[in-house]
Design a protein around this ligand. Structure first.
Ligand SMILES: Cc1cc2nc3c(=O)[nH]c(=O)nc-3n(C[C@H](O)[C@H](O)[C@H](O)COP(=O)(O)OP(=O)(O)OC[C@H]3O[C@@H](n4cnc5c(N)ncnc54)[C@H](O)[C@@H]3O)c2cc1C
Length: 364
């Protein structure tokens, strides 16, 4: 197959997490042919390990460029999940039950932030909160964000992988670690000793993006930030996302509960550990005491693509080298807007939002 169309394309996308796969689909829909690489299986890193809340945590704490991406994405999520379900047969289980958040000390800030925005932030009485979530012990009166949804991100990854595999203009190559060399004006891509040709390269390699940039001597601030999660068995104890004291419970359609998460700056190490287990388990029981009776089914860890202030890089480092990475704790929710914005810039379309805040600032 050497020399066939499989080894050249208009664009090479490095990394098939949610960001790489969404980028590939956007570019392919715009008429470009795409080679999409992953060093392992598509959608099995952070995009699998995450929680799937379709909102930044405590959204009022984030800079306006994060809100701009999140707001655009939140509007398209229902259609995205429905059309993936229709085209692939894989349902990513969008739940639209909203989110309860305790944030007493920033109540005014949160309410002011939510004015005129969707999803809104509104007040709710203790009694109403209790009737929404009778099994949850809330030490403070929460805020209510009725428009927040969640997805089962592992399924979203599977649906995206199938959509990419089925797309006539995308060639997905798994278990192929990419090495980047050359320079910014003529980046070269190789994997397993094979060179691949394309007009442009997009780095969407999550926590590993900085390592790949090193191949062209670019210093990039994206670095791994470990997060650990617990999975409780089927119990149907919560109905919607609940966020309290920095920890959250996310119900799945099958009655399980994902509980997270830790935030650890420990490099590329991602083995689940006892300390995290104890801390998460204590938080889970404090929030939902009756969880004590529910079997714990799993603990796992993933590496978020950490970036300063959580602000992603979406744009060109040079005419040939592009990036869509560094979405930190919000990569699932930000993926539709980020990928559309990347594609808009690459095909010279009017961008959905001002791309300036996300331009890579490179240090050679
Ligand atoms: C515990 C936890 C909870 C989270 N909860 C949420 C949440 O509720 N909501 C939300 O929006 N976000 C959440 N996130 C964040 C979100 O999961 C990430 O921001 C998002 O998945 C990043 O997507 P990505 O495609 O950039 O990275 P990844 O999914 O990590 O994908 C990067 C891919 O690049 C590949 N790759 C790396 N190097 C190479 C190479 N040299 N060659 C080829 N391929 C390569 C990897 O194998 C990987 O598949 C959470 C993350 C964690 C860990």
């Amino acid at each position: 197959m050497v020399g066939s169309q499989f080894y050249s394309a208009d664009v090479t996308v490095v990394g098939a997490g949610v960001m790489g796969m969404m980028s590939a689909l956007e570019l392919a829909e715009a008429g470009l042919s795409v080679l999409l690489f992953d060093k392992g299986q598509a959608g099995q890193e952070a995009s699998w390990a995450g929680g799937g809340i379709i909102s930044p945590l405590y959204p009022w704490r984030h800079a306006p460029p994060i809100t701009a991406l999140a707001t655009w994405s939140q509007q398209v999520f229902p259609d995205l999940i429905a059309s993936l379900n229709e085209s692939t047969g894989i349902d990513a289980e969008l739940s639209t039950e909203g989110m309860l958040v305790t944030a007493t000390h920033e109540r005014e800030k949160a309410l002011a932030w939510g004015v005129g925005l969707s999803p809104r932030v509104v007040e709710i009485s203790d009694e109403d909160a209790r009737s929404l979530e009778p099994n949850v012990r809330l030490d403070e009166t929460p805020l209510w964000m009725p428009g927040v949804s969640s997805v089962r991100n592992s399924r979203m990854g599977r649906a995206l992988k199938r959509a990419c595999s089925n797309h006539p203009r995308i060639r997905l190559l798994e278990n192929r670690e990419v090495i980047l060399s050359g320079d910014l004006d003529s980046p070269k891509i190789s994997s397993q000793g094979q060179c691949y040709a394309s007009d442009r390269v997009v780095l969407a390699a999550g926590a590993w993006t900085g390592n790949i940039f090193a191949g062209v001597k670019v210093s990039c601030p994206i670095k791994p930030m470990k997060g650990q999660m617990l999975l409780f068995g089927q119990c149907y104890l919560v109905n919607r996302v609940v966020l309290a004291k920095g920890r959250y419970a996310i119900p799945r359609a099958d009655g399980r509960i994902v509980f997270g998460s830790t935030l650890e700056d420990v490099g590329f190490e991602r083995i689940p550990d006892r300390n995290a287990f104890e801390s998460l388990y204590a938080s889970a029981l404090s929030m939902i005491p009756v969880l004590e009776e529910i079997p714990l089914e799993a603990q796992w860890a993933g590496l978020r693509p950490g970036s300063p202030e959580g602000l992603p890089w979406i744009g060109a480092v040079s005419d040939k080298l592009w990036v869509n990475s560094g979405h930190f704790r919000n990569g699932v929710v930000l993926s539709p807007a980020s990928s559309r914005l990347l594609c808009d810039q690459m095909v010279d379309r009017t961008p959905i939002i001002d791309p300036t805040p996300y331009q890579p600032w490179i240090a050679l």
